[in-house]
Each structure stands twice: as structure tokens, then as C-alpha cells.
Design a protein around this ligand. Structure first.
Ligand SMILES: *[C@@H]1O[C@H](CO)[C@@H](O)[C@H](O)[C@H]1NC(C)=O
Ligand SMILES: *[C@@H]1O[C@H](CO)[C@@H](O)[C@H](O)[C@H]1NC(C)=O
Ligand SMILES: *[C@@H]1O[C@H](CO)[C@@H](O)[C@H](O)[C@H]1NC(C)=O
Ligand SMILES: [Zn+2]
Length: 966
């Protein structure tokens, strides 16, 4: 419900109107929208003052503490966001001239819920007359490095992007905003050299093409803020700033208007030089400003009057980002101004020669992983809610909290790991609660499906998703008999290896209809003895084969009598060549380290090392690594943790593996699944100890003899690959004072090197966001854990030193090595979202995950028949919408900005033919969003079909639940 409400207010129609299943038509241009902007003057310099408050959804204080304004000892003078919104709304109501932009919907939604009808009516009016503008519309201002685009889409609803604080910016973000139908994007925080060059050359505004496959459909007009997002120096009039007020009483000895106006004019003149049109935007605000809004507004009112008196050649107005955009577009059109086309991204972010913000790509690795699990659960919950909705049951309420907290988790001080520890704890608390709530309804629905499958209405059980199976804890799997339910959220049939911690060495596994399923029992590599709960000494692995798209399959696991039958436990082997002829690994028999890898029948030299960087020494007065920054000790290289391991190999029917122990705090299993085309690296690292009282930052490095010619590729928020060249930036002169951290990039899902001569690619896929690089040809490294000694002095004021059970935190994670990657991916349709939109309406997003550059065959357009995909429904009609699903594609008219070279954007609509046949075409990298009118059909029984294996299966987890029947 709430999501509908905010959708409406962004479109400037009646706020708070009852939710409706009709799609809204585009902006009501008669009242709000661009016509409500203050007039600009074509003959003058127009100065757009934009009042705003940057309200982090958690950072030094928790979300609740920021909202209510308690825990003040931490931050002198800062009160709550509740006070800010109350205060702003009153001040706007005082004077229709004034403007304000509201960014973080998480806070606004909370405020709105507690308001009286009178206040709500007043706020609706403020929105309608353009005084209060919602920008971005996201639940939070999302980070761009560590987030996955699926989560970005989920938390956004349209018009203008306002990404003023995230630490670097990505192509995928630009693309998502364009696809949402946004008119423009404003940002700050880009490399200091890039910023300087752009200001000097007047390239501060450009059309950013996020994706070359999508071409102009991914274009978004982008404007860089001038200095930062604060008000100009000496012009912050909030209670926390205490700047000199403007005194316009001419009879007073304190009268200062002329002096203040002249002071402000200097800033205007400097800024105007760097922008192409006769418009400039000046942010009037900052972190948690407008607690005493009237004080701020009264002074801005006087400043505007002062300019009218002393600088009539300048037209100074209250404005918003949208109004500014429109003015820029008009001015460009009138004066024949064109904007450069930009295709590169803005990663990594550096603020000075030795200060690269590349540490946060890896900070708080367990939170980054937990966020992925939350997204996985959310997507599955939405699918299941959609199924049940068609049967007229509502589970919507159980998912709403998870939607909200996932919006919060995307915030640039949440998934980034740049918040204080108590704030992390609070995020984890909220996410855990929301996941439990969502699981309740998932469980009910999984049962409904199971009852149908086994034709038994009397089935009752408890269900658990065993989120702690990474530390071998799962109470349910200790039972005599339990069932594993595997749900496939993908749009194609998949097979998946399921691993369950178990307590005995003797089991049997059966399918739904009684057939025996092969499985393997192996000893665990670690028992995580400090974690409470029953320790499992073994893991049971089986392959859940051929789970149909959006289907569930069930597996019955029974503990057998160990005195009667032979144990199934796998015995250690003396072999060092593991796997099969087509997929295998070779282990060095003296060191136990990896020597080579065979994939697709081709043997490659691949070794692996674990190493650590020592953070630089802050006591020497230099900037050290912190939650944001990665800065190894000057002139040092990564040090090898151990060049040999204690190791044991195991060979089984399903997989072979080696257990390696490097030392007390570093272990790894490398697994080769039979008949698969990848190698799994399952590492456990921690607790880390400081070395020489300096921070320690652990990496793993994969070393080949491939020649990647100083070039590697990292993904953009899980979407397209971006080319990176070592010691080089495409848009500015790169100086290499930090040869390690300056070459680090965010790796959200994969990092790839290619050898053009050998025609071989090697890709490492990861299970959470990490920082990574290729510092030497043939090598790829990823940072997997960090424990630091110092704060990096960018405001968090706390050392990144995560602790658990009285010691440093332990992290377990997986990397998947593919080689010949591109040609081994069989499927080119991805089901991105399926959720209930309204009664008998579904929201469906389909994605073509490949680029033309990925592969000749896979990078071709593909046709999807919606009938085949959604067998649970009869589809009555289909309409295509923008990515945010709140506007018909055909209604979305975006502002057009002229590009140098004169290219025009073209949109693509569902063709008449597509509509009739329910077949839709997806072009490379395209995401299309549809609203379907449906009628529920009988549930389909589980059926088998072709066995397809996708790396995406690894990226978007399947949902696996353990049920115990009673
Ligand atoms: C859904 O259920 C409610 C009450 O349970 C009923 O009033 C309504 O008519 C049903 N709607 C449909 C479309 O079946
Ligand atoms: C760090 O700097 C301090 C102060 O200069 C010095 O005493 C200490 O030995 C340094 N530590 C290392 C490991 O270099
Ligand atoms: C295991 O997973 C849980 C849930 O995501 C997480 O809280 C915990 O830190 C993880 N433990 C390790 C050792 O990775
Ligand atoms: Zn912020």
C-alpha cells in the first residue's frame, strides 16, 4: 500500500488517494511538474537555490536514532529527521515561493504515517504546487559499488536521480535511472582529477550512456555538483551551523545585506564559468540540516531580495533539481548548446593522491553476504505472494517489512560497511526480523504447493531456511527424518547442489515419488565451535536436478540405523588429481596447494595464494586504511600467509574435494563437482590478528599464465562487464601514487581476464561484493576480509574491527572459477522480478543478461513466450511499463537533451504483434517490465525437462528450506 502512495506523490497526483490498480498517466502538467517552477530569464544568469537535507538512513546512529533525534551525545546539536520534516513543512506553508526536496523515502514514509489529516492535506497541496518535490524516490540513497541492480530497482520509483553522497558512480546505475524513465541525474563524489578536469573544460554536464548494447535507451542527462552538496561556505543557517545571519534592517548598525550578497556573488561567478548554460544549481543544505527550517528560509528569502537589489543582472530563485533540468534543456535548445556523450563510469573514487575509497568494497563481508540472502528471500517471497494472490489470499503484509529493510540495506552507509558497529547490529536485527516474518508466509505457501504435490491435505510441519548452514548449524537437519524443499526462482529449469549439515554418517535420500537420489556425506572442514547450537560434523550433498522454472521440488532425508548399514561417509584418499577428464584440479603433493585446473577438457596452470596487505601506519601522520579507504603500507606488496598447507583429499560420487589448512585462522575446501564446468573455492578466514599493530587486509589471488595485456573486466552492479586497464583511466590523467588500491574496483558478481591469443577467458564469480583487481598479468585478486587499527577520518569515527565471541569475526565465502566462461553459458533470459501488483495483476521483469560483446550467439536478441513461462496463469493481457512499473512505457515522455553529434533517443514499445502472441523480444542487455492481467489456473505438477546449468544459479541463490514433519 505504502508503495502505491509514494508512487502517486512522485507523479504529483493526489497524495494519499486510495491505491489503485490503474497505471497513472504521466505528470499532470497543468499544475505540478515543470510548469510549477519559478520562471527563469533567458537574458540573465539564473541561480537555482535548492534547499535539501541529506539524511543518512543509518551511519553513526541507527535509523531510529536519526529519526527521533535521540542518542545525541554522539553528535552535538543534531536532532531528528522527524523535526526536520515537521519544520520544513511548516516553513513551506508560510510562503509559496519556497522549495524543498525530500530524498530518503524511508524517513518520509515513517513521518507520513503519523500525521493528521489536516497535515496530510497540506502536504498534498505542497507536492501539487511544486513546493515539495520528491527526488530519486528511493527508500534510501543507494550505494553504487556493492549493490546488485535487482535491489536498486526494487527500491526506486521515478523522476530525477540525486546521488550526491555515494562513493563513486556506476554505469548500471545510470542505465537503471534511464530505464525508470528519469529525466536526469545529479551527483557528487568522483575522482578529484576527473572532477578538476571536467570543471576546467566545462564538461560538468553530459549525457551519460550507461550501456552500449542499449544505446540511447540508456542515456541520462547528468549534472555534477560544483563543490559538494553543502551550502556555500558561510551560508548555512541551520542551528548546527551558526553562520552569520543576513540582516536587512537598513536602520540597524548590524545591516549586512550588501556584504553578504557580494560574498555569495563570488561563488556564483566562479561556478558559472564551469557550466555551459545560463543556469547554475546551488545546494542550500547538508547533513541533517533544516532542523530549524524557518531560520534557513528567512535568510534565503533575504538573500534573494538582496540580489534583486544589488545584482539585478542575476535571477536568483528557489528551485528543485527538476526545475533546474528543465531550464538547462530550454536554454540548450534556445542557444544551440550540446552536451558531450559519456560512456565510462566513475569508479574508483579518490579524494587525494593517497586516498582511494576502495576499502569499502570489502568492508564488513558478512553484512554484504547477509544482504544477498535478504534479496534472495525477498525475490522468492514476491514470487510466492504472486502465486497465492492469484488464488485470492493475501500475504503482502508479511513481505512489506522485508521490502523496507532491503531498501535501507542499499543505503551508502549500510551495504558499504561504513557505519558504526552498533548501527550494523541494528541493520542485522531489522533484516533478521523481516526475514523471519517473510519466511512465515513462504512456508505456508511452500506447504500449499507440497500438499498439492503429495495430494495430502493433512501435511503439517515446521520449516527453516537454515541460514546458518555456513557455520554448520541447522537444528532441523538433526532430526530423524526431514524434507528439503528447493524452489527455483529462475525462468528456466535448473539443477543445484544442496548441502545440508547433518549429525550422522548414515542417511538415505529419496525424491518426491520415492526414487532414490544419489548423495554424498563428507566431514565438515570446521565445526565453528564457538557458535551456539548443535554442531554438525558432516555435510550431506545431493543434486536437486531439473527443478522447473518457478517450481518446487522436495527431497526426503532419513537417518538410517548405523549398526545395520555401512556408513556412507567418504574416506580420505591419497590422490592429488581430482575430478574427471573434463573438469578437475591438481594439487601439489608436497604443499597441498592448487597446481592446475581442467575445465571443458582443457588443462590450465592455475595456482592460488592467500595473502595479506598491511595497512599503512596512521601514527606516522599518514592516512591509513579505514572503513572507506584501502591504503597498504607504502612500497609494500601483499605477503603470502602460508606457502604450504596441511591437506586431505576426498573422492566421492558427486564431488571430489581437498581440505586445506593454511594455519589456525585460514582453511579452504576446493570442490570439483562431477560433470560441471566450474571449480568451487570455499574459504574460511578469521579471526584476524593485527600484525605489528597495523591493520590486516586479506586477499586471495588466482594465478595463471594467461596474458591479459594489463586489461581486466569487472561487473557493474551485477549487470554488464566494464573494461579496466591497469594504471589507466579513460577520462583523465591517472597518477599512480597508490599502485595497489588505485587499481582496485568493485566486484559485485564477477571479475574476468581474457587471453586473446589463447582465446581463453577466466572468470571468478563471488558470493558477495568485494574489491578486486588484476595487478599482474595472468592474476586476479579479491579482498575477502579486513580488520583495521585506525579510522580513516571520513566521519565514521570508529575503527573497523568486527568482533564476535570475544575475538575477530570469522568469514566464510565462496568463489567459483570458470574458464572459457563466455561460451559455456546456455541461457539468455533471466527472470528478474515476478510479483503481485494488484488483484489478478502481476508485475514481470525479464532481462537479457548478455552483451553483444560477450558472445556471438548468446548476445543475440531472444524471444520469450510468456505463456510458457507462467504456466500457473492464463494471461489475459499484457502492457509494457517503465522499469519502475508506475508508468506505461508509451506514456513516459522524457526530457531530451541534445548530444554533441546530435543523437536522438528512441524508445521501443510492445508491438501489436507481440501483444497478440504473448511473445516478447529481448535485445542484448535489455530489461523489459510488464504488467499482466491474469487468471489463476490449477497448479502444475512438478515435471522434469532439460538440465540447464547457469552461473546465475550461483548468483541468485535458489531458496532452500528444511522441513520437519509432525
Ligand atoms: C476474494 O475473497 C474475498 C473474501 O475472502 C471475497 O469477498 C472476494 O470476492 C474474493 N475475490 C475474488 C476475485 O475471488
Ligand atoms: C608506526 O608509527 C609509529 C610512530 O611513528 C612508530 O613508532 C611505529 O614503530 C610504526 N609502526 C610500524 C609497524 O612501522
Ligand atoms: C554465516 O551466515 C550468517 C547469516 O548470513 C552470518 O550472520 C554469519 O556471519 C556467517 N558466518 C560466517 C563464518 O561466514
Ligand atoms: Zn550520506
Amino acid at each position: 500500500m505504502m508503495f502505491h502512495i509514494f508512487l502517486l506523490c512522485l507523479l504529483c497526483t493526489a497524495l494519499g488517494a486510495p491505491p489503485t490498480d490503474d497505471l497513472r498517466s504521466p505528470r499532470d502538467t497543468t499544475k505540478c511538474g515543470y510548469t510549477s517552477c519559478h520562471k527563469t530569464d533567458p537574458e540573465k544568469l539564473n541561480v537555482h537555490l535548492v534547499p535539501h537535507s541529506h539524511d543518512d538512513v543509518g551511519w553513526k546512529r541507527t535509523v531510529d536514532q536519526y529519526y527521533f533525534g535521540n542518542n545525541e551525545k554522539d553528535h552535538m546539536g543534531i536532532r531528528g529527521v522527524e523535526d526536520i520534516i515537521n519544520s520544513v513543512v511548516q516553513s513551506l506553508n508560510e510562503d509559496p515561493n519556497r522549495r524543498f526536496i525530500q530524498v530518503e523515502t524511508a524517513f518520509f514514509a515513517r513521518w507520513w504515517e503519523t500525521q493528521t489529516d489536516e497535515i496530510k492535506t497540506m502536504v498534498k497541496e505542497l507536492v501539487n504546487n511544486g513546493q515539495l518535490e520528491m527526488v530519486s524516490g528511493g527508500w534510501s540513497m543507494n550505494d553504487e559499488a556493492a549493490t546488485n541492480y535487482q535491489s536498486i530497482i526494487d527500491q526506486m520509483t521515478p523522476r530525477v536521480g540525486w546521488q550526491i553522497d555515494p562513493f563513486g558512480h556506476t554505469n548500471a546505475m545510470a542505465t537503471v535511472l534511464a530505464e525508470l524513465g528519469f529525466d536526469g541525474l545529479f551527483f557528487w563524489r568522483l575522482d578529484y582529477r576527473d572532477s578538476e578536469a571536467r570543471q576546467t573544460d566545462r564538461r560538468t554536464e553530459f549525457v551519460w550512456r550507461g550501456n552500449s548494447d542499449l544505446g540511447s535507451k540508456s542515456d541520462i542527462f547528468t549534472s555534477l555538483l560544483y563543490e559538494n552538496y553543502n551550502a556555500p561556505l558561510y551560508f548555512c543557517w541551520d542551528i548546527q551551523c551558526g553562520d552569520e545571519p543576513i540582516i536587512d534592517d537598513k536602520s540597524s548598525t548590524e545591516y549586512n545585506v550588501k556584504r553578504k550578497v557580494d560574498q555569495f556573488h563570488k561563488r556564483i561567478a566562479a561556478q558559472a564559468k564551469n557550466y555551459q548554460t545560463n543556469n547554475i544549481l546551488i545546494t542550500m543544505g547538508g547533513d541533517f540540516t533544516y532542523q530549524a527550517a524557518e531560520m534557513y528560509y528567512v535568510n534565503i528569502d533575504r538573500l534573494i531580495k538582496g540580489f534583486q537589489e544589488f545584482h539585478p543582472e542575476i535571477n536568483m530563485i528557489y528551485s528543485t533539481p527538476s526545475c533546474y533540468l528543465n531550464a538547462v534543456r530550454e536554454s540548450a535548445e534556445r542557444n544551440g548548446i550540446t552536451f558531450p556523450l559519456e560512456t565510462n563510469d566513475f569508479m574508483p573514487y579518490a579524494t587525494s593522491r593517497h586516498t582511494y575509497w576502495t576499502g569499502y568494497y570489502s568492508s564488513r563481508p558478512n553484512s554484504k553476504r547477509f544482504e544477498r540472502q535478504g534479496n534472495n528471500l525477498l525475490q522468492v517471497a514476491k514470487h510466492l505472494v504472486a502465486f497465492e494472490n492469484a488464488k485470492n489470499k493475501s500475504f503482502e503484509g508479511d513481505v512489506i517489512e522485508l521490502k523496507k529493510i532491503m531498501g535501507v540495506m542499499q543505503h551508502h552507509d549500510a551495504i558499504t560497511g561504513t557505519e558504526k558497529q552498533h548501527v550494523t547490529d541494528d541493520y542485522v536485527r531489522m533484516l533478521t526480523n523481516a526475514m523471519q516474518e517473510a519466511q512465515k508466509s513462504i512456508h505456508t505457501m511452500i506447504f500449499d504447493l507440497l500438499k498439492y504435490a503429495v495430494d495430502d491435505e493433512s501435511v503439517g510441519a515446521t520449516l527453516n531456511s537454515c541460514l546458518l548452514s555456513n557455520v554448520t548449524r541447522c537444528a532441523e537437519s538433526g532430526e530423524q527424518r526431514f524434507t528439503v524443499a528447493v524452489y527455483n526462482p529462475h525462468g528456466h529449469t535448473v539443477s543445484h547442489f544442496v548441502r545440508v549439515p547433518v549429525v550422522s554418517t548414515k542417511y538415505s535420500v529419496a525424491g518426491l515419488h520415492g526414487g532414490k537420489i544419489p548423495f554424498q556425506i563428507s566431514p565438515v572442514i570446521d565445526t565453528f565451535s564457538k557458535v551456539p547450537g548443535t554442531q554438525s560434523l558432516y555435510e550431506l550433498t545431493f543434486k536437486a536436478t531439473d527443478i522447473p522454472p518457478l517450481g518446487v521440488n522436495y527431497f526426503y532425508i532419513t537417518k538410517e540405523d548405523s549398526t545395520v548399514n555401512e556408513p556412507n561417509l567418504i574416506e580420505p584418499s591419497d590422490k592429488t588429481v581430482l575430478g574427471t577428464e573434463s573438469t578437475g584440479i591438481e594439487i601439489d603433493s608436497t604443499t597441498g596447494l592448487l597446481k592446475s585446473v581442467t575445465l571443458n577438457g582443457v588443462n590450465q596452470v592455475v595456482s592460488q595464494q592467500f595473502l595479506y596487505y598491511q595497512s599503512s601506519n596512521a601514527s606516522g601522520g599518514t592516512r591509513s586504511s579505514g572503513a572507506y579507504v584501502f591504503r597498504p603500507s607504502a612500497g609494500t606488496e601483499a605477503l603470502i600467509i602460508s606457502d604450504k598447507t596441511e591437506f586431505v583429499t576426498y573422492q566421492g560420487e558427486i564431488f571430489d574435494e581437498v581440505h586445506q589448512k593454511f594455519n589456525d585462522w585460514l582453511k579452504q575446501s576446493i570442490r570439483v563437482y562431477k560433470n560441471e564446468n566450474y571449480i568451487e573455492f570455499d574459504w574460511i578466514v578469521g579471526p584476524l590478528s593485527y600484525v605489528n599493530k597495523l591493520g590486516i587486509e586479506v586477499i586471495t589471488r588466482y594465478i595463471t599464465d594467461l596474458d591479459n595485456e594489463a586489461t581486466f573486466y569487472t561487473d557493474s552492479n551485477g549487470r554488464q562487464l566494464i573494461k579496466r586497464v591497469r594504471n589507466h583511466r579513460p577520462t583523465y590523467e591517472y597518477t599512480n601514487e597508490e599502485p595497489i588500491s588505485g587499481n582496485y574496483y568493485p566486484v559485485t558478481s564477477r571479475i574476468v581476464i581474457k587471453d586473446k591469443m589463447k582465446k581463453i577467458d577466466m572468470a571468478i564469480l563471488n558470493d558477495r561484493s568485494q574489491g578486486g583487481s588484476s595487478l599482474t598479468d595472468g592474476q586476479v585478486e579479491l579482498m575477502i576480509h579486513r580488520r583495521l587499527m585506525n579510522d580513516d577520518e571520513f566521519g565514521v569515527e570508529e575503527v573497523l574491527n568486527e568482533r564476535e565471541y570475544g575475538e575477530g569475526v570469522i568469514v566464510r565465502g565462496q568463489h567459483y572459477l570458470f574458464s572459457g566462461f563466455m561460451s559455456s553459458l546456455p541461457d539468455n533470459v533471466r527472470l528478474l522480478t515476478l510479483e503481485s501488483f494488484a488483484p489478478n495483476k502481476l508485475l514481470l521483469r525479464l532481462e537479457h543478461p548478455f552483451s553483444k560483446d560477450d558472445d556471438e550467439i548468446l548476445g543475440k536478441p531472444v524471444i520469450v513466450d510468456l505463456k510458457d513461462l507462467l504456466t500457473l496463469y492464463t494471461i489475459k493481457s499484457v502492457s509494457e511499463t517503465t522499469l519502475g512499473s508506475n508508468q506505461l512505457k508509451s506514456d513516459n515522455v522524457r526530457l531530451q537533451f541534445p548530444i554533441k553529434g546530435n543523437e536522438k533517443a528512441t524508445g521501443k514499445e510492445l508491438t501489436k504483434e507481440e501483444d497478440e502472441t504473448l511473445k516478447v523480444t529481448l535485445n542484448p542487455m535489455e530489461i523489459r517490465t510488464f504488467i499482466l492481467d491474469v487468471e489463476a489456473r490449477q497448479l502444475t505438477r512438478i515435471t522434469g525437462s532439460a538440465n540447464i546449468h547457469l552461473p546465475h544459479t550461483l548468483l541468485t541463490l535458489l531458496f532452500i528450506a528444511i522441513c520437519v514433519f509432525h
